[in-house]
Ligand binder design. Structure first.
Ligand SMILES: [Zn+2]
Ligand SMILES: [Zn+2]
Ligand SMILES: [Zn+2]
Length: 384
């Protein structure tokens, strides 16, 4: 099926001529080294599936399997506890939002004037002031729960809180964007296991969503359609990378995934922000897919699976074109590679040349798809 005839290399451009019918294409990529393009981010990822057979001599992480209490008197996120900034948390019983005591960006500071001169220093040493506000959102009063442990109604409360925050920050502040993200697990540098996420509102649109938005706007201009609507249709037709699905959402290992078990959750309806999830049913569908993914992740290596998760959606302020090109999606970027203790590092070639992965997204999707949505530790009657 594979043809790898080298055409004449001219001007150092080596063309590898591969004539494979489109329908066979993905299977052919199963064990040849190749690059895949991420149209959302506008970058290439090197894929080396043949390397999965190599022996592992790298670092193993220690799995965190310590039993956690439902309330930890030392935790600054548990209800009723005092935070390091001095404030005391209320006795909340659902979600709880507060402004981070150690925010990365400040709301009140003097404006930074950018030099307008055209000398080399102002060309090469650029800076701009950033104002913003960082929020912490506790998902639950229970210290020992994760999204995978939470019920669908409990996750719906989290979704309602995200919506309220997006709406309030849009109404009450001048900020351009808000990034909602969760950093979970020691392996991701998250020191506190209490289930929570953060939302950073900033006066600028940060690099990742900005790059995606530029590409989505360009795609819309060039093809007259939404990039993620078009991509969603392809994935629904090919059914090669699906991890979980319901009436509202599709979860896949995207074609261009970089992390071994990276997933992308795409809204089936072309909504621009989470505010457009209006009915309880729509929120429930999102809660269900979040629950399914986090449960499958935990079941994969029978551990509390670490990840960074973030919602990409329309910026709080932008042009009509920017709003129209957007399509709500959620990235899950987990570092684990082959067990609860073996993590992928982004080093060497990946830092200095380009991102690289070994198992293909199709292989990762098949493994995740085959896993149960019943949490392993519930079966074991174990909450650790
Ligand atoms: Zn806690
Ligand atoms: Zn769309
Ligand atoms: Zn994105």
């Amino acid at each position: 099926m594979r043809s790898s005839t080298h055409s004449t290399a001219q001007h150092s451009n080596l063309h590898l001529s591969v004539r494979i019918p489109a329908s066979m294409m993905d299977a052919a990529l199963d064990d040849i080294s190749h690059r895949r393009y991420n149209p959302l981010r506008g970058n290439w990822i090197l894929v080396s599936p043949h390397r999965t057979k190599r022996p592992w001599l790298g670092q193993e992480e220690t799995p965190s399997r310590n039993a956690l209490p439902e309330h930890d008197p030392e935790c600054y996120l548990c209800p009723g506890n005092k935070r390091s900034g001095g404030a005391r948390n209320p006795d909340f019983d659902g979600t709880f939002v507060f402004v981070n005591d150690f925010s990365a960006v400040k709301e009140d500071q003097v404006d930074y004037e950018t030099s307008l001169s055209d000398d080399k220093a102002s060309l090469l040493l650029k800076a701009e002031g950033v104002k913003g506000k960082c929020y912490v959102i506790c998902f639950s009063p229970a210290h020992n729960k994760t999204l995978a442990d939470m019920s669908i109604p409990e996750i719906c409360l989290v979704i309602n809180t995200w919506q309220k925050l997006y709406r309030d920050v849009k109404q009450d502040t001048p900020f351009r964007s808000i990034q909602i993200f969760e950093n979970k697990g020691d392996a991701m540098g998250c020191s506190n296991p209490h289930p929570h996420c953060q939302a950073w509102a900033t006066s600028h649109l940060p690099e990742e969503p900005a790059a995606e938005l530029t590409n989505m706007v360009e795609y819309q201009r060039a093809h007259g359609s939404c990039m993620l609507c078009d991509y969603l249709a392809i994935e629904l037709e090919k059914k090669e990378r699906i991890v979980a699905e319901n009436d509202g959402w599709l979860a896949i290992c995207p074609w261009w995934a970089f992390w071994p078990f990276e997933t992308l959750v795409i809204s089936k309806r072309c909504i621009k922000s989470i505010l457009e999830l209006e009915t309880d049913k729509e929120k429930e569908l999102l809660a269900q897919i979040m629950s399914a993914i986090t449960t499958k992740y935990d079941n994969l290596f029978e551990t509390k699976f670490p990840y960074s998760m973030g919602i990409h959606q329309a910026p709080l302020r932008g042009t009509d074109e920017e709003h129209a090109a957007n399509h709500v999606h959620i990235h899950f970027l987990p570092p684990l590679l082959r067990s609860a203790t073996v993590k992928k590092f982004q080093v060497g070639y990946e830092l200095l040349a380009e991102p690289q992965r070994d198992i293909t997204p199709e292989q990762a999707a098949r493994r995740l798809q085959g896993l149960s949505t019943e949490l392993y530790r519930k079966k074991l009657g174990d909450s650790s």
